[in-house]
Write a protein of this length. Structure first.
Length: 197
């Protein structure tokens, strides 16, 4: 049990720690909306990682073989979704800039953040291939591996959400919010382009 769990923890951190577009999105949601929304988004990413770890443990090579032919279209779909989100964030930030807080638009809810990030993270087929390679290589397997991978990913994503919330509180003025939203949009767009290159 402890060996499988530790392998899962290491695998979970291995997939979660490199901050990509989803991590930037979690930090942005946390900074712009609230820690609750950012935490929900982070748990959505961890849920997707846990689902992929479970799929890898259950199906291993068969799942990796099924995903491989559609990996490119999935990567493009993920990149397009990220580009759309980056554009939506930038346009929304410019529109809200200078308005009183009460007029800045409908906030993102916890459930919407969770479901959106879960879906977006599931568009990354490299995650299931990563977990399948570990399982097939004898590094991990079983329910304790999946639990370790999920908990490691969740702890990292919650750390990112907390950092985003802290930055959001430090940059509460209209110019700070506009600058961070536009910076985030550029970072997310760049990471989306990198996904397909």
């Amino acid at each position: 049990m402890s060996g499988e769990f530790l392998a899962g923890v290491i695998a979970g951190y291995g997939i979660a720690v490199p901050v990509g577009a989803v991590g930037a999105l979690i930090a942005t949601l946390s900074a712009r909306e609230s820690l609750r929304v950012g935490a929900a988004a982070g748990l959505g990413a961890a849920t997707a990682d846990g689902i992929y770890a479970l799929i890898a443990v259950a199906g291993g090579a068969a799942i990796a073989g099924i995903v491989a032919p559609i990996a490119t279209p999935l990567r493009w779909a993920g990149a397009l979704a990220l580009l759309a989100f980056a554009g939506w964030t930038a346009v929304g930030a410019v529109r809200r800039h200078g308005r009183p807080v009460a007029e800045r638009g409908r906030p993102v809810g916890v459930l919407r953040a969770y479901l959106s990030i879960t879906g977006l993270t599931l568009l990354n087929p490299a995650t299931v291939v990563y977990f399948a390679a570990l399982v097939l290589g004898g590094t991990g397997g079983g329910v304790w591996f999946v639990a370790g991978a999920f908990l490691a990913s969740a702890s990292w994503q919650l750390l990112i959400a907390g950092g985003g919330s802290l930055v959001g509180r430090l940059l509460t003025g209209p110019r700070g919010r506009l600058a961070t939203a536009l910076t985030s949009s550029v970072v997310i767009a760049a990471l989306a382009v990198e996904m397909v290159l």
